[in-house]
Design a protein around this ligand. Structure first.
Ligand SMILES: *Cc1c(COP(=O)(O)O)cnc(C)c1O
Length: 419
């Protein structure tokens, strides 16, 4: 007999806290008593250990822009794999990926690789503090920047889903340097900058929020952050871990025309393997050791398999047809789901909020009917559609999602709402 989800969960929960290696996977927010255990994926489809297949809108939380087991990505990884998995020394692949990133992202002249978005965000904050000689940060409620101590206040989905505003284990002094403001609230930022600007190292923002569900920046919001940072000498950090290579090849900074000082990348940049990065102007990035005095390092940073996957994906994004296709598929999905709630979408990231909307910040997002969302999740899961297991996450569109997968999804969701 093949192993089942229940067998695995019984074993996992004795060995791993909650049976999962990242809390939102537990799927408690949508009323499941056991997480799904996945076995394989192909294109837009994912298969669990019980042999059920689903149209996958989670896509490992965003990285898989070409879908699961994408042939070109696998070939690139296989080729790298045969040469060895890690050397702890520079390789050609890292240089190639760095070139792709610098070519694509408007504000990046130099980039440093890490293994996770968390590490990249943590390093970006350290660099901003070193460069300004200041400690204080502004972040936005409902934005997530990885589980970095200083950035865990009001940190979006993972915590919103569990109903915890922040977490024990973060020293009071560290959290005390972080000012948390409502997203899209220019007046609140202006007031905080007027009061704390002299000690402000950075404003860090998801330029399109994805961790309280999709919340686009209102016109003028990102521009105002740029102006306010310039006025007080703080750095503007865009966390483009989700939006990078997704809402445009050059990320949200290309789509909205605002340049940050430091950009944090993850998810798509690793092509589905563990890789992330942060980058900016050369003079700023050269504050990092060994050129400068700001220490930052990683045993597996720039891992050969991860950079092979990332490079394979990023090279294909030079073709504008990629973003036309993502836009068209996103628009089709949006049009189909619009009758059933408040749909918010930017390019290939989208959320169906169970409420009338609009959702412009975390307080608005929190007004969603999460019970109803949970019921919707379970209804469509039973019909072969895997939505994000939390109201406060995105649906991720990939190039593997064709009209058939999109229409099946619309039909399954419509069925729940009695259409
Ligand atoms: C996923 C995410 C991170 C953290 O990346 P990890 O690789 O999970 O550490 C940071 N910022 C944003 C916006 C994210 O969505």
């Amino acid at each position: 007999m093949a192993v089942t989800r229940s067998d695995l969960y019984q074993r996992a929960r004795r060995l791993i806290p909650g049976g999962v290696n990242s809390p939102v996977r537990a799927m408690r927010a949508v009323g499941l008593d056991e997480p799904l255990f996945m076995r394989s994926g192909a294109g837009a489809l994912i298969e669990d250990v019980n042999g059920n297949r689903y149209v996958d809108w989670v896509l490992s939380w965003g990285p898989l822009l070409f879908g699961h087991a994408d042939a070109a990505t696998l070939a690139a990884v296989e080729e790298a794999l045969r040469r060895g998995t890690t050397f702890g020394a520079p390789t050609e692949g890292e240089v190639e990926l760095a070139q792709e990133i610098v070519d694509a992202v408007p504000s990046i002249e130099m980039v440093r690789m890490t293994s996770s978005g968390t590490e990249a965000a943590m390093s970006a904050v350290r660099l901003a503090r070193a460069a300004t000689g200041r400690d204080r940060l502004i972040k936005f409620a409902g934005n997530y920047h990885g589980h970095v101590d200083a950035l865990l206040a009001s940190a979006g989905s993972g915590l919103m889903t569990l109903g915890i505003p922040s977490t024990p284990g973060v020293p009071r002094g560290v959290a005390g340097e972080t000012i948390v403001l409502p997203y899209n609230d220019v007046d609140a930022v202006a007031a905080a900058v007027a009061r704390y600007g002299e000690g402000l190292a950075a404003i860090i923002v998801e330029p399109v929020a994805g961790n309280m569900g999709v919340v686009p920046p209102e016109p003028g919001f990102l521009e105002a952050l740029r102006t306010l940072c310039d006025a007080c000498g703080a750095l503007l950090v865009f966390d483009e871990v989700i939006t990078g290579f997704r809402v445009a090849r050059g990320g949200a900074q290309e789509r909205f025309g605002v340049r940050p000082d430091i950009t944090v990348l993850g998810k798509i940049v690793g092509g589905g393997l563990p890789a992330a990065a942060f980058g900016g102007r050369a003079e700023l990035m050269e504050r990092l050791a060994p050129v400068g005095d700001v220490y930052q390092a990683g045993t597996l940073s720039g891992n050969p398999l991860a950079v092979a996957a990332g490079t394979s994906v990023l090279r294909r994004l030079r073709d504008p047809a990629v973003y036309e296709a993502l836009e068209a598929r996103g628009a089709r999905l949006e049009a189909g789901l619009a009758p059933f709630g408040c749909v918010q979408r930017v390019g290939a990231m989208m959320t169906l909020f169970c409420q009338d909307g609009p959702v412009r910040d975390d307080a608005d997002a929190a007004r969603s009917d999460t019970e109803r969302y949970g019921a919707l999740f379970r209804h469509v899961l039973a019909r072969g559609v895997y939505l994000a297991p939390s109201q406060f996450e995105c649906m991720f569109v990939s190039l593997a999602h064709g009209d058939e997968e999109i229409d099946r999804t619309i039909e399954a969701v419509g069925g729940f709402f009695g259409h």
